[in-house]
Design a protein around this ligand. Structure first.
Ligand code: BGC
Length: 725
């Protein structure tokens, strides 16, 4: 694979890269994502038009996001020979993703019965009109050739857990082919429109040498309420020509980059990797709705059921809160909108308040199952405790909301269900915590922390610290409401007995550093077997065997799946000294498998903060290149978990900006203390802070910050020295 300034390119066709390239060359517009497959491919090549926020359940199988019919299906044969990259002889091949403009293209020269037939295609999912999928397709040949081109909206598509829709009607109206479907579980309507300019669904062309046959296809995909009036809406779209539609799509991307680009001078590889991360985040974030969040595998397919995890709040939302307030607000609102599901879950497990879904879909009910992994030895579902014990999810949801408020300075969500949501989450932690009278403290017992290999542990440092965060954030939110809308506060206080939490946070046990400065990940962690990762891996019998769960190999050892204490030190980086960070980094790093793509960024950010640039750089690059190298686990037990890694994409922005950019903040002050790797000449990035867009430009000689407009005296410090804008 070649990496250019703004594109990636594959110059040879390799069958065994089809799955990986499907994720690498993904395009998306937040409403839908289309895998980077070739036009002649089908379900065996994992072609997918994955819809954001639309879910369906087939029988007893896992409920998952819906892949809509494939609008980009085009098949070509020349002189009777099928031209597929999978089977035909290929002279040249090029697959390109232009990340500046969100355009996928391919050019393949086939050797077909003595002729060299060139197939070219360019496609995009419009950023301007979220329902539009557009493709321009051409065939040319060096000799006179009879070509057959067939295009359709393919309904025979890839699904992981069974089929999800039924075709209701198919007809043509004027020049538009109409396909009406509905999902099987909830009978949600889906409408797909196809409009072809320059060809029919089946076209025979007697192609003259060096002549080009070209057509454009515009498809409209709508679902749910969006179906109403959608044919007229689609007709308005197709009244524009392809060039205009492409130009307006590119204009939106230009705005996205203007507000979010990160520039790294002196390191082309890192420069591309950070932009590639931003490209993915921007392609998959819902743009016009607060009814769905970002799935853990983005819009690259149905892996992880199309559900949102803590990945969104803890890894991706910082990027959005500092670059696009509207998008970030929608993400925060999504958790408010799904609170009823969280309340149902709390009740189901015997608690009060809101226990958010570990795997959240549209209603907030948990898509995670109690048996979420298949054991490779027995081929039976294995009991896991992600759903019922990974309680930090409720704190992560609050974190997303409160950090949004802090960074944007927009507290309006508190009055739109946000304060209530924070209250319900705090109530959940309060009802979950156990008061130990002899120790005079609350403890949080029987949980799973970020390190999923150790289940049902007590006093996981990250979880306890996040619970305390919820209490502190709720207090601040209450103060804000009290000061800004006393009537709202009074009504809230009347509805809820706020005194119930008195003493909770003061008496909540937060694991502290021991005499060596190490914070124990959970009670008893230090007593576990001290083994190296390499030695543990030698014990593996079957390559994909799960290391956690009831009796996985890691459970009795100190080997952890992903950053846990380090995640805590990253999130609360201003509260711990460099000595503590150094000690814990050095202690936990050798034990960390980085078996999740969420792990490396925390190590990178903490390393940058404590002056370990080489390590910071290594982990930054690991995070930022995950979807380029494809160097991640593809299976958990026998469960396929491939696709893109938006949390790592977010993590790479966090590592660049919070790590090397040295950005940290309190409620009302932002500090920028850059620590560039030695070989970087310059790092510059944008920060939207309290509604003012700042441009930070850091070199080894100093830092400049400019604001896009006169400010209300916001406070920014550089290396802790105060500047008032
Ligand atoms: C990680 C979780 C993460 C999930 C989805 C798991 O492998 O352990 O922390 O939320 O993947 O990305």
């Amino acid at each position: 694979m070649q990496i250019g300034t703004w594109n990636i390119e594959e110059n040879t066709f390799l069958k065994d890269k089809v799955e990986q390239n499907g994720s690498r060359f993904l395009i998306g517009n937040g409403y839908m994502g289309y895998r980077g497959t070739l036009e002649e491919f089908g379900k065996d090549e994992l072609v997918a038009l994955n819809m954001a926020g639309l879910f369906d359940k087939n029988g007893d199988l896992w409920r998952e996001s819906v892949n809509a019919p494939n609008p980009f299906c085009v098949k070509v044969s020349a002189n009777g020979e099928v031209l597929s990259a999978l089977t035909a002889s290929i002279g040249e091949h090029r697959q390109t993703l232009d990340i500046q403009n969100g355009i996928h293209s391919r050019k393949t020269v086939f050797n077909a019965s003595g002729a060299k037939v060139t197939v070219e295609a360019e496609r995009f999912l419009s950023m301007k009109r979220e329902n539009l999928a557009a493709i321009k397709f051409s065939v040319s040949s060096d000799t006179d050739t009879n070509v057959h081109v067939s295009t359709c909206v393919d309904t025979d598509i890839w699904n992981i857990n069974g089929e999800h829709f039924t075709v209701l009607e198919q007809y043509s109206e004027a020049d538009v082919n109409v396909l009406k479907l509905q999902t099987n579980e909830n009978k949600t309507p889906i409408c797909v429109y196809e409009y072809i300019v320059g060809a029919e669904n089946e076209t025979e062309v007697a192609l003259k040498a060096d002549e080009k046959f070209e057509f454009v296809k515009l498809c409209g995909i709508y679902w749910g309420d969006g179906c109403e009036g959608s044919l007229d809406a689609f007709k308005a779209i197709i009244s524009e020509d392809y060039a205009t539609l492409l130009a307006e799509h590119k204009a939106v991307w230009a705005d996205i980059w203007a507000n979010s680009d990160v520039r790294i001078d002196g390191d082309e590889e890192a420069q591309f990797a950070i932009r590639y991360s931003i490209y993915h985040l921007s392609s998959i974030v819902p743009r016009n709705t607060d009814k769905c969040s970002i799935p853990a595998r983005g819009l690259s397919g149905q892996v992880y059921k199309g559900a949102a995890f803590w990945d969104t709040e803890m890894f991706m939302m910082p990027f959005f809160s500092f670059t696009d307030t509207t998008l970030c607000k929608n993400l925060a609102k999504y958790r408010i909108n799904t609170i009823e599901g969280a309340k149902r879950k709390a009740k189901e497990f015997g608690f009060e308040g809101a226990f958010y879904a570990w795997e959240s879909q549209e209603s907030g009910d948990d898509a995670c199952t109690l048996f979420n992994i298949t054991d490779v030895f027995t081929n039976r579902p294995m009991r896991t405790h992600f759903k019922d014990k990974q309680i930090h999810i409720s704190a992560d949801a609050v974190y997303g909301l409160w950090e949004y408020c802090t960074v944007s300075g927009d507290y309006s969500l508190l009055f739109e269900g946000g304060l209530e949501m924070m209250y319900q989450c705090l109530l959940f932690f309060y009802s979950f915590a156990v008061y130990k009278p002899l120790k005079s403290r609350y403890e949080i017992l029987d949980v799973v922390g970020p390190d999923e290999y150790h289940e049902r542990v007590d006093n996981n440092a990250f979880t306890n610290k996040m619970a305390a965060y919820v209490a502190a954030a709720f207090d601040k939110a209450l103060d804000y409401v009290k000061n800004n809308d006393p009537a709202f506060f009074a009504a809230f206080a009347e509805k809820h007995d706020l005194s119930v939490f008195d003493g909770f946070v003061d008496k909540l046990y937060i694991p502290q550093p021991n005499e060596n400065g190490i914070i124990e990940q959970f009670d008893g962690y230090f007593r576990l077997e001290d083994i190296s990762l390499a030695a543990l891996k030698e014990r593996i019998i079957i390559p994909n065997e799960y290391l956690g769960g009831g009796n996985g190999l890691a459970t009795t050892t100190r080997i952890l799946k992903q950053a846990d204490v380090l995640m805590m030190l990253n999130v609360f980086r201003s509260q711990y000294s460099d000595e503590i960070k150094k000690a814990n980094w050095a202690y936990y790093e050798p034990y960390t498998e980085h078996g999740s793509s969420l792990s490396a960024c925390a190590y990178g950010i903490v390393a940058a903060g404590i002056g370990m640039p080489d390590w910071a750089y290594k982990y930054f690059m690991k995070t930022a290149t995950v979807d380029l190298t494809g160097d991640t686990k593809q299976y958990l037990g026998s469960l396929y978990i491939g696709g893109t890694h938006p949390a790592a994409n977010g993590g790479s922005w966090n590592a660049a900006v919070f790590g090397f950019g040295g950005v940290s903040y309190t409620d009302d002050a932002l500090d920028v203390s850059p620590k560039l790797p030695a070989h970087w000449d310059k790092l510059s990035f944008k920060l939207l802070w309290k509604g003012v867009r700042l441009t930070v430009c850091a070199t080894h000689n100093g830092t400049t910050i400019t604001a896009d407009k006169p400010t209300n005296g916001i406070c920014v410090t550089v290396n802790k020295e105060k500047y008032i804008f």
